[in-house]
Write a protein that binds this ligand. Sequence first.
Ligand code: WTA
Length: 635
Amino acid sequence: MIKIQNQSEYEIAYRKSVENPEAFWAEVADSFVWYQKWDKVVEWNFLSPEIKWFCGGKTNITENCIDRHLKVRGNKIALIWEPNDPKERYIRLTYRELAERVNQFANVLKNNGVKKGDRVSIYMPMIPELAISVLACARIGAIHSVVFAGFSSASLADRINDSECSVVLTSDGLNRGEKQIPVKRVVDEALESCPSVQKVIVVDRLGWAIHMEEGRDVYLHDELKNAEKYCAPEPMDSEDPLFILYTSGSTGKPKGVVHTCGGYMVYAEYSFRNVFQYEESDIHWCTADIGWVTGHTYIVYGPLLAGATSVMFEGVPTFPDPGRFWQVCDKWGVTHFYTAPTAIRSLMQAGEDHVLAYSLDSLKVLGSVGEPINEEAWHWYHTHVGKGRCPLVDTWWQTETGGIMISTLAGVTPMKPAHATFPLPGIQPVLLDSDGNELAGNNVEGYLCIKYPWPSIIRTTWGDHERCRINYFATYKGYYFTGDGAKRDENGMYRIIGRVDDVINVSGHRFGTAEIESAINQNSNVVESAVVGFPHDIKGQGIFAYVICKEAPENAEYTRAEIVETVVAQIGRIAKPDVILFVSGLPKTRSGKIMRRILRKIAEGEYENTGDTSTLLDPLVVEEIIGQAKQVRNT
Ligand code: WTA
């Protein structure tokens, strides 16, 4: 367990990690349980790409998350589950209880035919069984693919089919604030087009009478009756896949990012311990959903690997009122609170009174993740939540990086509002210009790339290695390309500016513009569409869609609602366009390429300054679009 305690230790660790990465990571990895030690720390090339960490090593991440803690922390609380409704009873599981639940669930999977290497899709709300099922898969070497339960049946079906999952784990329904949402119905719809699925295991969360397909669907509580209490962990090769997590890129359908057992384990723990400066009695609360990578690494794996107590929250920040986050912090004595800027901005809007009603005395460290945090939100969070005494870590990372890459180490390295600041030891970021030259020195801005592998770097995209190469390793030869632009200030601190590709970050959730366009185009009225992001006060970025219809809509509001419904059906509620503008044409170059730069300007309300339009096929179309935009926005 290596924990950096002060600035000079950080500098020493960083230097060592660059000068001798193998020795550095070997020392970190030594504190884990390995059934067989690795022969070589790292083998890599960024051209194919081929990256292997702890080669030849054998371990099981659940041995490290659970079993090894039982002797010393068997009675320590591993998971605190806080329900959506504050009146419902919470659940707390000690490490011993968690062990039992994971082992039994693992046996349920085995009894239902799941074997090492099989893919299991998990489409579940934030209930304890979600964390338990993730670990149960890892225990037997099945590859989990968690799909956020807000995605539509079409999205779920795509993800199940892409990785040919044989089993789906789900629940009858879910609670979200005042609403209850039928989850199993979404699964049933998806499975109409998923031939690989043999079994569906259902958690009875709401006690609903739901459709159970004979021979396919079983209830977890029934299966548990026949499941043994112990399941030996499957010895996994370091490079065996641990999980697939789908994420959007700038082109086509979401891709299945693959993480492997050894490297991900080492980096999840190392980054958790160091960024948050974890101590044994801490109570760590990451408010993300386990459907996203943040939940994978900093609700489940990172904290449990460290033997920490992790809080898992079923609800939403505004139910029953916008004080809920702070009430839960006080209730459980949360020491580490890790959330997204979008949540902070929406709570900021609800007013200080909701925060001031709680003491928040237990808090020691605040964290931010998922999108750039603007200075105003940073100060509000630091002042009103952290009372000016808690370090605030702005953590930059990605699904593909597996863990936090650039961040302040809480209380150890300096912080600066809206800056992720410095790389963790082992991480070698560079800024490149558009020709791929490294920008030396400080006060520079460029494309953020990483020039040396770290243990939890993406290994491949499921079923399509070439896509992984093209997306991340082909733009700048010899580098991992993040898709983000960044600045390095006069002190060498990094500030992430945002995506430089066609990815929109809405409330910390990534969508490809192409993905939303193809959803919109499914509407029978639509001929063509173009989607861009625009600055949004709460969500960070909003979705602005320019749509060409077959016939000019008679009732624009009605057609808009229909298009929104199409997107909801294709992707899910989280991808609803904020603005839909009907246009008769799009600004295109003579070669037919849509000039998104112009559309982005218009979406931002910058009508005067659309730049050079002389290369457009039809320059007049820009005037028309601006006219429409002004009407819709009344500006
Ligand atoms: C953005 C989430 C600025 C960035 C962990 C990245 C951030 C994308 C930050 C990854 C941050 C994440 N500051 N931008 N602290 N953290 N991003 O895969 O654009 O859901 O490429 O992973 O979110 O999103 P993902």
